[in-house]
Design a protein around this ligand. Structure first.
Ligand code: MTE
Length: 318
């Protein structure tokens, strides 16, 4: 496969846009009356207007999932996103407005009792929505803490009725290069593909997200349906899913196809295993200048470590 240039999020933090350049740009936009907040607010509003499930938010908070740090401000989390379908920079909210989130159909394929498709609104209304506060750690060494709304992935697995021989759940984003101009970049292996083992997919932490900050998911976060697997690097948390496939073969995921020596299937967070090009020991907290130590499994070891204890010889942390 031809790789034209490495995506910007593979760069170490120190090579990314310096904070003062970003802040100056903000001041400039602010002076024009076009601050990030108004752009982002517009995107969020548009999402709310178009979303027929808006009445379900805010969902009741599940108090089992608490944070050890302050929540990231919505305006910070909504202004710094990775969504390569719309471009390879972080200020993707404006481009992501092109994402058409209705009608939206999700398919269940492969090793299931019966392959079928379901309309997203039918699916969301069939699921027990709740809000959870989760930390999220990107492989680029920044992090945030966000109130996601959605339902356990385990509920979706139950709904899909997989066969007992299924070992992996593969999740894929839409494919539409007329809507998402990033998909015209042929050196990327579209559609974005991710996967979990069945044990991971049914782990209590694996969460299907449909909303954030008490509202339906704004487009740049991956509306109308995305994964959050908070013990793994953020690239595992695939956005705007249209296809679920149950299989007995481990999939080769999007970033693994691009750079297998740097991004693997497991991608569990570990401060002691460096990325080949930068340390993973600490992380920059989005919206602040703080760096904090990174935690093994992003602090969720109690819930997930048991799934990996017999997997000797696997590269669990890349
Ligand atoms: N899913 C799709 N379809 N396309 C993407 O480019 N980027 C991934 C992940 N899911 C990505 C994706 C990466 S690299 C990260 S860090 C997170 O989404 C970012 O999620 P956020 O923008 O909500 O912070």
């Amino acid at each position: 496969m031809l790789i034209k240039s490495p995506p910007s999020w593979q760069m170490p933090e120190r090579e990314a846009t310096p904070e003062h350049v970003f802040l100056n740009r903000r001041r400039f936009l602010g002076a024009l009356g076009l601050g990030a907040t108004s752009l982002i607010g517009g995107a969020a509003l548009a999402a709310k207007e178009e979303d027929p499930t808006a009445d379900l938010y805010p969902a009741m908070r599940n108090q089992n999932y608490q944070l050890d740090r302050p929540l990231t401000k919505e305006r910070d989390a909504a202004a710094y996103n990775n969504f390569y379908e719309f471009g390879s920079h972080k200020r993707i909210a404006r481009e992501a407005r092109a994402l058409k989130i209705r009608p939206w159909t999700v398919s269940f394929e492969g090793m299931v009792e019966k392959e079928r498709q379901v309309d997203i609104d039918t699916l969301i209304r069939a699921m027990p929505l709740e809000e959870r506060l989760y930390r999220m750690r990107c492989v680029e060494a920044w992090s945030m803490a966000v109130p996601w709304s959605g339902f356990p992935l385990a509920e979706l697995v139950k709904y899909a009725k997989p066969l007992s021989g299924a070992k992996y759940l593969v999740m894929q984003t839409f494919l539409d290069k007329d809507m998402a101009s990033g998909q015209k970049q042929v050196w990327y292996p579209w559609p974005y593909t991710e996967g979990l083992t069945m044990a991971e997919a049914t782990n209590e932490l694996a969460f299907m997200v449909t909303g954030v900050y008490g509202k339906p998911l704004a487009k740049q976060f991956g509306a109308p349906l995305r994964l959050i697997a908070p013990w793994k690097y953020g690239f595992k948390s695939v956005k705007s899913i249209t296809r679920f496939e149950f299989t007995d073969k481990r999939p080769t995921t999007f970033w693994e196809q691009i750079q297998a020596s740097e991004y693997g299937f497991w991608a569990n967070v570990n401060p002691d295993v460096s990325h080949p090009r930068w340390s993973q020991a600490s992380e920059r907290v989005l919206g602040s200048n703080n760096r904090v130590p990174t935690l093994l499994y992003n602090g969720y070891g109690e819930q997930v470590a048991h799934m990996y204890k017999d997997l000797k010889g696997e590269k669990l942390f890349m």
